[in-house]
Design a protein around this ligand. Structure first.
Ligand code: DGL
Length: 263
């Protein structure tokens, strides 16, 4: 269990999960893998999504001798986890939209799920809603545009707040009091999203819960990792398409020491 944690997403969204994991387990090396060549995943055909993610992640797990995989992408988690677990012998942690805590927290029993078009349509999400939010009205908003706005922000480009306003407009004027950020890109726009919603609102994501799960795996499966708490883990990133200068600066600000364009 000495290899790095491999955190995976289509783009920069998984950084919202990485932040929680890195702050809980700072001594652990992390390799952040993102498939920017095929971004956004929310519009990809299901079989393409499964085949591409499984091949890419499996290859990197072997190349790095990774100890844990975190699929820090809701869209991929709705489809690829069973096949990935079949292929790998290390723990595979997926992301689940925070539907259960949102349903418990909502006073008005009216909540919204903001996610990708893929995630809002999948049976996986519908099952979560009927299991955990049966007593709530749930508004579904699927947007790949919001994913690309988060990418623009990470590339340090100007972002148009009016576009975000249009995407969240159906929430305004309703009694929705809790919004699930069911795409890992969206916590990176948390402030902008909150500004665009007119009523008082709670925004929920799964980053903290995922980090707690990863911490339990690292602690249980390798007590010796506790000895390294004083040292700082190495952050590296690998991606499938060239990135621009703006994103390089953002990744350096997160503490990434090495950036690798994968073949
Ligand atoms: N960050 C991803 C998610 O959590 C995927 C975004 C996309 O590529 O569409 O769903």
């Amino acid at each position: 269990m000495s290899g790095p944690i491999l955190i995976f997403d289509s783009g920069i969204g998984g950084l919202s999960v990485l932040e929680h994991i890195h702050s809980k387990i700072p001594a652990k090396d992390i390799f952040y893998l993102f498939d920017n060549a095929r971004l956004p995943y929310g519009n990809l055909a299901e079989q393409d999504l499964i085949d591409g993610c499984v091949a890419l992640i499996t290859h990197q797990v072997k190349a790095l001798n990774a100890s844990v995989v975190v699929v820090a992408c809701n869209t991929a988690s709705t489809l690829v986890l069973p096949k990935l677990r079949e292929n790998l012998s290390i723990p595979v942690v997926g992301v689940v939209p925070a539907i259960k805590p949102a349903a418990q927290l909502s006073m008005t029993k009216h909540i919204a799920l903001l996610a990708t078009p893929g995630t809002v349509e999948r049976a996986y999400t519908k099952e979560l809603i009927s299991e955990f939010a049966g007593g709530c009205k749930v508004m579904l908003i699927g947007s790949s545009e919001l994913v690309m706005i988060a990418e623009d922000k990470a590339e340090r480009k100007h972002i148009d707040i009016n576009k975000i306003k249009q995407i969240v407009a159906p929430i305004n004027g309703t009694d929705i009091d809790t919004v699930i950020l069911g795409c890992t890109h969206f916590p990176l726009l948390q402030q902008e999203i909150a500004t665009c919603i007119e009523q008082p609102i709670t925004l929920l994501d799964s980053g903290e819960a995922i980090a707690a799960r990863v911490l339990s795996l690292v602690n249980i499966e390798n007590g010796s990792d506790r000895k390294r708490v004083s040292s700082k883990g190495l952050l590296e990133a690998g991606y499938t398409k060239d990135i621009d200068k703006g994103l390089e600066i953002t990744l350096a600000n997160y503490g990434f020491k090495r950036l690798l364009r994968l073949p």
